[in-house]
Design a protein around this ligand. Sequence first.
Ligand code: GLY
Length: 280
Amino acid sequence: MSDILLIHGGAGSDSSYVPRLDKYCHLSFKGTALDMVVNSVVMMEDDPVFNAGTGSVKRIDGSIQMDAALMEDGKIGSVAAIEKVKNPILVAKMVMTKTPHVMLSGDGATSFARRMGFPEYDPSTERTEEIWRKTVAFFKGEKVDLPPRYEEYRKFQNMFSPNKDTVGAVARVGGKFAAAVSTGGSSPMMRGRIGDSPLPGAGLYAGSKGAVVATGIGEEIVRKMLSYRIYEKIGSGSLKSIVKDIVGEFGDILVGVIAVSEKEQFSMANSNMATYCVEK
Ligand code: GLY
């Protein structure tokens, strides 16, 4: 069985992101499946073009709260709405390895990060400031250049994500699987909102049959429990047909998936989604 690492730059990321993913995928291709997914996600968190770690989008109130999680067979670590850390995925790994819990959220996650030695860090960038300034102006009723999806958010009928979303990685090494995901969330969003990414079964799932990571509109991914539903069907048909069937249920609602099983790998989104894969 070959070893494989498959990563994505988010539903909405176009092919101009592929050279970065190519670099991060090759640099991360060493160690265990868990090492590969965590290291590749750290590199994407550190690259400000992605909405994860540095470059995470702001909430409506101007704060940045991030979600990240990792999983391998029987082990989960997750942080939700964590603030002022550089690499949420590394804190999620500490939750898995240093606590009896599977998930920490909000202030508790942030203070745990400090106790583990992660210094205070501001993940905002010029780009995220600009998006936030426009969002504030929009909610004040000013005319600003924002996608029409913001109108729908105002009515609370639907939730929409920015052009670039969650980053994620799935890997198979020596027949073992791992998944990791990190995001600044889906803008515009309220403080305290938690999306799919930190929720096992929704934003990610990994077990003895494979690994799955989702990206897109977190609320709908949670409602449909996307990652676990794909995982549980592994073995019942081709990975491609399983992913296509379930992604098809989303209609026009933004969603993307990367997945690996014992023999296959597949990625699919209903918009652009930059991915890169190394297999040896
Ligand atoms: N898929 C990321 C989020 O909705 O938060």
